[in-house]
Design a protein around this ligand. Structure first.
Ligand SMILES: [Zn+2]
Length: 294
């Protein structure tokens, strides 16, 4: 198992094998590609684009796909996935990212907002013409989008997802079996403010490893201000390191945050003894490697 970072700053940090850089954000900010890294591009969540042209927002019978519409429980504002003008802008950005010397591209939030989206006139007309059911048309639309998007990328191609292993197709149009044909790996974000309670992380990781037909990478939040929280995070990484994962990625503010986590692990005797006692071989190897540096 590799250990890596998801970060807002394009900085390589010693002791981490994988670097994922957020190059396009949910608020609509875009940044130049990070060379040598996996560039994570947010697709249909773009608050800035929706502010500039509210007509591109995705719709449901309960209203638009906006955070402020509390008829849905959305974390971000969603553009309609069939809006060709917006898709073109995304493809142009992917072209610019892929013109650089990057490791690859990860797409994030490339799906429908939730079960009851999108009912805009364009989506309604396309679905009726297709003859497909609501669920099948939405899944087909997202898979077709990913196929087209992939032609605008280079290197390692991966996708994130809303971490629902059961209803992803019905809710978001994410067809894991079809998408497995396109990607090199799946990136599962399991963000939390802390991991004092971690059975749900272990459970969801098991479900995804059993379900997905490509390698799995799991992302946990590491923007932790206290020692207790870092300790709980590291023990959670240790537990999931027992599953067949390609990598665990830690979401950090910056490179100092990443070093702080590694230093904490190396100099925490109780934690290292715990790893030995319960035979967390993969995690012990990672911490032993950190100990050479930190
Ligand atoms: Zn639509």
């Amino acid at each position: 198992m590799q250990i890596g970072l998801v970060t807002y700053k394009p900085e390589f940090v010693e002791g981490y094998d994988v670097h994922v850089y957020f190059s396009k954000w949910v608020d609509g900010q875009v940044f130049p590609a990070a060379k040598g890294m996996q560039n994570d591009v947010t697709v249909f969540c773009d608050a800035k684009a929706i502010r500039e042209d509210p007509s591109i927002v995705s719709l449901s019978k309960g209203g638009p796909a906006l955070r402020r519409n509390r008829k849905s429980n959305l974390a971000f504002d969603f553009v309609c996935p069939t809006h060709l003008g917006y898709r073109k802008k995304v493809f142009e950005y992917l072209d610019s990212v892929s013109s650089q010397d990057i490791q690859g591209v990860t797409l994030n939030l490339y799906h429908f907002a939730d079960l009851d989206y999108c009912t805009c006139p364009r989506c309604t007309e396309q679905r009726e013409k297709s003859g497909l059911s609501w669920t099948e048309w939405r899944a087909h639309t997202i898979t077709a989008f990913l196929k087209e998007a992939k032609t605008h990328t280079k290197g390692t191609f991966a996708v994130e997802m809303f971490p629902d292993p059961v209803l992803a197709k019905e809710r978001f149009g994410i067809d894991f079996a079809a998408i497995a044909e396109l990607v090199d790996y799946f990136h599962v974000p399991l963000s939390s403010r802390d991991y004092f309670t971690n059975y749900w992380v272990d459970t969801i990781v098991r479900d995804f490893v059993a379900t997905l037909k490509k390698p799995v990478v799991v992302e946990l939040s590491a923007e932790m201000p206290t020692d207790e929280k870092i300790d709980a995070l590291l023990r959670t990484v240790a537990y999931i390191s027992r599953h067949n994962l390609m990598a665990v990625l830690l979401l950090v503010h910056d490179s100092e945050n990443a070093r702080q986590v590694a230093r904490f692990a190396v100099h925490n005797e109780a934690f290292r003894e715990w790893l030995q006692t319960y035979e967390f071989k993969e995690m012990s190897r990672i911490v032993d490697n950190w100990a050479k540096i930190y």
